[in-house]
Design a protein around this ligand. Structure first.
Ligand code: BG6
Length: 477
């Protein structure tokens, strides 16, 4: 036991999501899901924000999720490559519409269930522990069309049925579960996070927070079911994290940074502490938001809190009240942030802040006092294939190395950390832009933004680097 570093059983691995890697969007009895309706190109953001309504793919649009990287057919080879890197775990997500193609079906789709059985068996064969996100930006379109998705209370029971079905089926194969990927994304990309489409003039905030209540109740029901069916299960929430810095020490800036963070902690405060925080009640009061609840909801939330806090970390955020500085708004995984003069940014404008990972980890641990799991982190970058066929992604290695160093600092600070699964361990479709050229992987996939390519896999320089990191339990960086 290495007392001063990562625990011996630290879960090194990588992370994927069904809608960004599987493809085969209508194979094996799968139904359409929300992301299958998000095109690449100029309409993408409008769809993701919930401003465009359509319940089927449109002529003339390209939909990157339909083929993605064809992990559906290629998962065995890909998992073998992950095993070669020494992965102890692999985070994947189950596509809800593979299990219940319409979401409200009486019986689950056996072909879909069998597919994940095979995938988990493949992982276990290589001693890779599955870490499963139950809903990663993935909602059957039929539920959106028929019920308006998570704006309806009905979704709670469909989600509960879905979760009970997969828990019963995979109870002997999967121990680590997360109920909703980046649950706070609902407020930023409502169609992606919750399948919400708005009509003109609707009170968006009211609808989003009502949908949030439904997801939070559903998450508590799933946590309850998981603990009943699998006494050893570890159920987590999942936050798109990244602490917000005040731009200056002006108390106005400091308060604004606290308020910004609370928009995100709102979800996790409820999933982890079991009750609506005072600042949320005040926000609802002052914004005329009324949450419709059913009897027993609050007891359920209180009694079924999560076991660990999963989170993604790409960047810190920074906010100010100064109107001039506010003009320097920059990209950051759809979160409102101004340019931090101390940080460099990726080619997509996401600011790079390894120290922010230590700060974020400490903040979350102090707030929740539960084990943390860093289930996403990484650099989206353009990769170039050299003449000799190699891909020298030193920029990615540098990014990950600096973040792992800070992760270790957090552990030395006393943060309990279960594992680390860098995002997109094999190149996959970008969630925000729908591009292929925004790559995160240790493994390159031959496919471009137009959908052309052989889909062949190729190891990058970072492949062997990460292999050594894992083999040395984080000592050799
Ligand atoms: C997170 C999501 O927001 O960030 C992933 O959970 C996503 O699904 C990742 O892919 C990176 O974002 P992007 O837009 O670069 O793919």
């Amino acid at each position: 036991m290495n007392n001063l570093g990562f625990k011996e059983n630290f879960l090194w691995g990588g992370a994927l999501a069904a809608n960004q890697c599987e493809g085969a969007y209508l194979e094996g009895g799968k139904g359409l899901n929300n992301i299958d309706l998000c095109p690449s190109g100029k309409n993408r953001f409008n769809v993701m924000l919930g401003n465009l309504e359509s319940f089927k793919p449109l002529e003339g649009e390209m939909y990157p999720s339909h083929e993605a990287i064809d992990f559906y057919h290629k998962f065995r080879g890909d998992i073998a490559l992950f095993a070669e890197m020494g992965f102890k775990c692999l985070r994947i997500s189950i596509a809800w519409a593979r299990i219940f193609p319409n979401g409200y079906d009486e019986k689950p789709n056996e072909e879909g269930l069998k597919y994940y059985d095979e995938m988990f068996d493949e992982m276990l064969k290589h001693n890779i522990e599955p870490v499963v996100t139950i809903c990663h930006f993935d909602i059957p379109v039929a539920l959106i069309e028929k019920y308006g998705s998570w704006r309806s209370r009905e979704l709670v029971k469909f989600y509960e049925k879905y979760t009970r079905t997969i828990f019963e089926r995979y109870k002997n194969k999967v121990k680590y579960w997360m109920t909703f990927n980046e649950i706070n994304m609902l407020l930023h990309l409502p169609f992606v996070g919750a399948g919400l489409v708005f009509k003109e003039g609707e009170n968006k905030k009211q609808i989003m927070y009502q949908a949030a209540h439904h997801q939070l109740v559903a998450s508590a029901l799933a946590t309850k079911a998981a603990h009943e069916i699998m006494p050893n299960a570890m159920v987590g929430c999942m936050l798109a994290a990244g602490v917000t810095y005040p731009y200056s020490c002006n108390p106005e800036d400091v308060q604004k940074a606290i308020d910004k963070d609370r928009e995100n902690y709102f979800f996790i405060d409820i999933q982890s502490k079991g009750e609506y925080p005072g600042y949320a009640k005040r926000f609802f009061r002052e914004n005329g938001i009324e949450i419709k609840s059913e009897e027993g909801d609050y007891k359920l939330l209180k009694e079924n809190t999560v076991d660990f806090i999963g989170f993604s970390y790409y960047s810190s955020r920074c906010i100010t009240t100064d109107p001039e500085i506010l003009k320097t708004m920059t990209e950051g995984n759809v979160f409102e942030t101004v340019k931090n003069p101390y940080l460099k940014a990726s080619e997509w404008g996401w600011q790079i802040d390894p120290k922010g990972l230590r700060i974020t980890s400490n903040t979350l641990y102090e707030r929740y006092q539960k084990p943390l799991f860093i289930v996403e982190n990484g650099l989206g970058a353009v990769d170039k294939i050299e003449e000799d066929g190699s891909i020298r992604d030193d920029y990615r290695i540098n990014y990950l190395r600096e973040h792992i160093k800070e992760m270790k600092e957090a552990v030395l600070d006393g943060v309990e950390l279960l594992g680390y699964t860098p995002w997109g361990c094999i190149d996959l479709v970008s969630a925000s832009t729908g591009e292929m050229k925004k790559r995160y992987g240790f493994i390159y996939v031959d496919k471009d933004n137009e959908g052309k390519g052989t889909l062949d896999r190729k190891k990058k320089k970072s492949f062997n680097w990460y292999k050594e990191v894992i083999a040395s339990n984080g000592e050799k960086l």
